[in-house]
Every structure is written in structure tokens, then in C-alpha cells.
Ligand binder design. Sequence first.
Ligand code: ZN
Length: 240
Amino acid sequence: MKTVSSLFNSKIECPVCESTIEYTKVRSKSIRLIKQDTDFCPWYEGENPVLYEAVICPECGYGSHVTTFENINRYEKAKLKEKITPRWKKRSFTGQRTIEKALEAFKIVLMNLIAMEANKSEIAKICLRIAWLYRYKNDKEQEKRFLNYALKNYKLAFHSEDLSQGKFDEYVCMFIVGELSRRLGKLDESSQWFSRLITCYADPKQKHRISSRLIETTRDLIQEIKDAKANQYNEEATSA
Ligand SMILES: [Zn+2]
């Protein structure tokens, strides 16, 4: 029996150096989602498409999330040509990726975003994916480090960016800030963000813009925080 690979290469023109480059994708037919964590981290059976979301130009070192590879302006290109390309050592990122190789690719994307002074929400998105990669590896310390960077940048994005367009809107942002705070043990802060989201949902003018599933998860997490706090209180009471 002939086995069909779950991976294939696609061609794209690099918007920075104009080389035609190849990058690897997972065939949509091969993608098997098993579960998703409360911060949206997906778990797959077989090939994990998250590992392939960081696309790198092997020629000039430009890298971005696969969904935004072509969205780069003249100012950003100039920044990359000044700060990334002169230090770039040509290397390939096609073919099957280990978590290590994916981490290397995502960290190059992060360096690109910092060099081009990108939106905080884009920086946060990449930091969150790096945290997930460490979660897949069960490296809790590094996971926490990158969850912290993601949290910091999502908070900045919430206060400084127009998030009214697209799938990642201000409500999903509030949720993720609450959830990352919870995962990092900042329970009071987390409750505040979740309560703020519930308040928005209670407003008839905003309700239709918020997914009811997101609210369901938010309510579950508020309860989890209450339980965690009660346990903390009991432990303190019994150890006193
Ligand atoms: Zn390039």
C-alpha cells in the first residue's frame, strides 16, 4: 500500500528579497484535533500544524506567521534589511519539523516582529505559540516565561490597538488576558478580566459580538478560580 505523506511543500514569493521560496504545510485531510486547552492550545493526533505556522525565508531571514507572510509594508521591509538580513545565515526550514526546529523558526519570527516594531497583538500571538511548543515538550519553566511575555503584550494590545476587526477582537483579548493571568497564578487579576467580559455580555449592545461558548468557558473558569481560592484559604487555615 502506498502511504501518502501528511506534509507537502508550497511556493511563495518572499516580499522582502523577492526570492521564490518553499515552505511546508500539513495536508488538511491529515489534521486530527483531539482537544484544545482553555488558552486555545490545540492537541493533535499525528502531525501538528502549529509547528509549521512560522514561515521563514531561507534567503534573507524574513519570517512571519503563515497567515500574515505577505502583509508587510515598506517601513517594515527597510527595518528587516537593516537589522535581520545582514546577520542572516542561510538555512532551510522545509520538511518535517521537530518541536526544536519549530521553536527555532518561531523565535526567528519573534526577532523579526521586534525588529520591525510590529503590533503588540502579533508579538503576543507568537509568544503564546512558543509557550504552547514548550507545553508540548513539558518544559514548564519556559512555558511560563513565554506565557508571561504573551500576557504583557496582550495587555498592551488591549489598551493601545484597535481590535474591532477580525476574529481576535477585544472580547477574545479580554478572555485571553484573564486566562493567561489565571495560568500564571494571578487569580485576582484574572477574575477582574473575566468579570469585565461577563459585564460586556450583559450589555445588549455588545452581547451579539461575543460568542456564547466563550462566555460558558469564562463562567467555568471563574468557578475554578473561586474553588482554587477556597482551597488556598483552607490550606492556610489548617497549616496555621
Ligand atoms: Zn526573503
